[in-house]
Design a protein around this ligand. Structure first.
Ligand code: PLP
Length: 450
C-alpha cells in the first residue's frame, strides 16, 4: 500500500486546529529543516511558534532524553524530586534576572502564566493583603489560551467568545510605536507616556487593590514582535514599586535566548517579581514551561502557609527536565547566543534590504532572531489590508509551497485589522539559511499579494 503523503483533516480522527485543511505529514527533522513524508524540505524559519531553537535533531538533547528514559521516565513530584529537575532549577536561577530564586516547573506557556497569576494572588493573601484582586495587562498581548491566561491576554478576537467566562482584568495600551507614537514625541517620551497609563489604571482601580501588571517584554504572536520603547519598562517597574504591585513578565515566547539574551528583560534593565518561560526552554524536544519566582514571594509562602495551593501531574517531569537541561547546556557550550545576535543582525539587514521599501511592508522590527514584519495595503498611510482578504493565511500557504515555514498572523492592530509575519528561526542557522529565508519569503509574499 502506498504511504499517505498528506492528510485531509476532514478524514482524520484528530480534532485538528482547523477543521478544513490539508496537512503534510512530518517524517523527520534535519537541523533547521522539517522534512515531510513526500521528501519535501521546509526551512523552519519560525521554529514552529518560536520553539525549535536547536533545530530538529540535536544529538545531545536526544541522548539526554534517552538516558533519562533508561533511568526512569516519570515520577510524581508529590513523592520524589529528580536530579534533572534539581539541576535545571539551579541552572535557571544562576542565569535568571537578579532576585529570582525558585523555579516552578509546568508543561507549557499557558500553565506557567496560570501559575504566575495564582502565585501572585496567594502571595498577597499570605502577607495580609487579601483585598488585592485586579490584574492589569496590555491590549494586543497574548499570554495563553487557558481561561486565566486568556483573561490577561489583550487580543480581542481570541477573547471575544469566551468573555463571559473570563476573570475581570484591565488593559492599558500596547507599546506600539509604529502605530501610536506621535510625530512630536521622542521614543523615550512615547515610552513614558504609555507606561504612565499603568499608574492611571492603578489609581482608577484603587491603589491597594491591584495584584500585578503582566506584560511580554517583546510582544510576540499577536502583535508581530513589538519591543518596548526605551525607558518603558524602567518606568513600569517604578510604578509597580510605588504601589506594591507585582511585575509579571511573560517571556514564554521572547525568553530563553530568542532576543539574544537568555531573558529578554535583561535588555530593559529591569528585574521582574515573577517571570514565565516555556517554548525554547527545551527547544521543543519535550513540552515544558516554568515560572521563576523572587525570593520575596517564595519566602512569603514558606513563612506563611508553607504550601502553594496549585500543582499539576506532570510538573517537574524528569525526562522533560533532562531535555531542557541538555538544551540549556548546548546553548551555553555552543555559544549560541552569539549566533543569535550575529545571524539576527544579518537577517534584519537582509530583510531591510529586500523589503525595506516594499509597498506592502510597513515596519520590520525585532531583536535577535525574533523579527516581525508588519504588512500594509498602503505604506504611506499605513492602512492595513481588508481583514476579509486574510493576507496572512495566503502568505503561510505560499510559504509552505516555497518550502518555508514562517508564522504569519492577522489582527495585529486590534485583533481584527492588520497582518504580520513572525520570523523566529533556530539559533543554529548560518548565512545560507538567512539568504534562503529572505528569498523564499519574497516568493511567498509576491505570490500571496498580487
Ligand atoms: C507570550 C506567550 N505566553 C503564553 C503563551 C502560551 O503558551 P502555550 O501555547 O505553551 O500554552 C504563548 C504562546 O504562544 C506566548 O507567546
Amino acid at each position: 500500500m502506498q504511504k499517505a503523503t498528506a492528510v485531509d483533516v476532514t478524514n482524520s480522527r484528530i480534532f485538528h486546529r482547523q477543521t478544513r485543511s490539508v496537512l503534510p505529514i512530518v517524517a523527520h527533522g534535519d537541523g533547521p529543516y522539517v522534512v515531510d513524508t513526500n521528501g519535501r524540505r521546509y526551512l523552519d524559519a519560525s521554529g514552529g511558534a518560536a520553539v525549535s531553537c536547536l533545530g530538529h535533531n540535536h544529538p545531545s538533547v536526544i541522548e539526554a532524553i534517552k538516558q533519562q528514559l533508561d533511568r526512569i521516565p516519570y515520577a510524581h513530584t508529590a513523592f520524589v524530586t529528580s536530579e534533572p529537575a534539581e539541576q535545571l532549577a539551579d541552572v535557571l536561577v544562576s542565569v535568571a534576572p537578579e532576585g529570582m530564586e525558585r523555579v516552578y516547573f509546568v508543561s507549557g506557556g499557558s500553565e506557567a502564566v496560570e501559575t504566575a497569576l495564582k502565585l501572585a494572588r496567594q502571595y498577597f493573601v499570605e502577607i495580609g493583603q487579601p483585598q488585592r484582586r485586579h490584574f492589569i495587562a496590555r491590549r494586543q498581548s497574548y499570554h495563553g489560551n487557558t481561561l486565566g491566561a486568556l483573561a490577561v491576554g489583550g487580543n480581542q478576537w481570541r477573547r471575544q467568545q469566551f468573555e463571559p467566562l473570563l476573570i475581570e482584568t484591565h488593559h492599558i495600551s500596547a507599546c506600539y510605536s509604529y502605530r501610536d507614537q506621535q510625530k512630536t514625541e521622542s521614543d523615550e517620551q512615547y515610552g513614558l507616556r504609555v507606561a504612565d497609563e499603568l499608574q492611571q489604571k492603578i489609581e482608577e482601580l484603587g491603589p491597594d487593590s491591584v495584584i500585578a501588571f503582566v506584560a511580554e517584554p517583546v510582544v510576540g504572536a499577536t502583535a508581530g514582535v513589538l519591543p518596548a520603547a526605551p525607558g518603558y519598562f524602567k518606568r513600569v517597574r517604578e510604578i509597580c514599586d510605588r504601589y506594591g504591585v507585582l511585575l509579571i513578565l511573560d517571556e514564554v515566547m521572547c525568553g530563553m535566548g530568542r532576543t539574544g539574551t537568555l531573558f529578554a528583560c535583561e535588555q530593559e534593565g529591569v528585574n521582574p517579581d515573577l517571570v514565565t518561560v516555556a517554548k525554547g526552554l527545551a527547544a521543543g524536544y519535550q513540552p515544558i514551561g516554568a515560572l521563576l519566582a523572587s525570593g520575596r514571594i517564595y519566602d512569603a509562602i514558606r513563612d506563611g502557609s508553607g504550601f502553594f495551593q496549585h500543582g499539576h501531574t506532570f510538573m517537574g517531569h524528569p525526562t522533560v527536565c533532562a531535555a531542557a537541561l541538555a538544551t540549556q547546556n548546548v546553548i551555553r557550550e555552543e555559544n549560541l547566543l552569539d549566533n543569535v545576535k550575529q545571524q539576527g543582525a544579518a537577517l534584519m539587514h537582509a530583510l531591510q534590504h529586500q523589503f525595506g521599501q516594499h509597498p506592502h511592508v510597513g515596519d520590520i522590527r525585532g531583536r535577535g532572531l525574533f523579527i516581525g514584519m508588519e504588512l500594509v495595503a498602503d505604506r504611506e498611510t499605513k492602512a492595513p489590508f481588508d481583514p476579509t482578504l486574510a493576507v496572512h493565511a495566503a502568505i503561510k500557504r505560499e510559504a509552505m509551497t516555497a518550502g518555508l515555514m514562517c508564522y504569519p498572523m492577522g489582527g495585529t492592530i486590534d485583533g481584527r485589522r492588520g497582518n504580520h509575519i513572525l520570523i523566529a528561526p533556530p539559533f543554529i542557522i548560518d548565512e545560507t539559511h538567512v539568504e534562503e529565508i529572505v528569498t523564499k519569503l519574497n516568493t511567498a509574499i509576491s505570490a500571496a499579494i498580487t
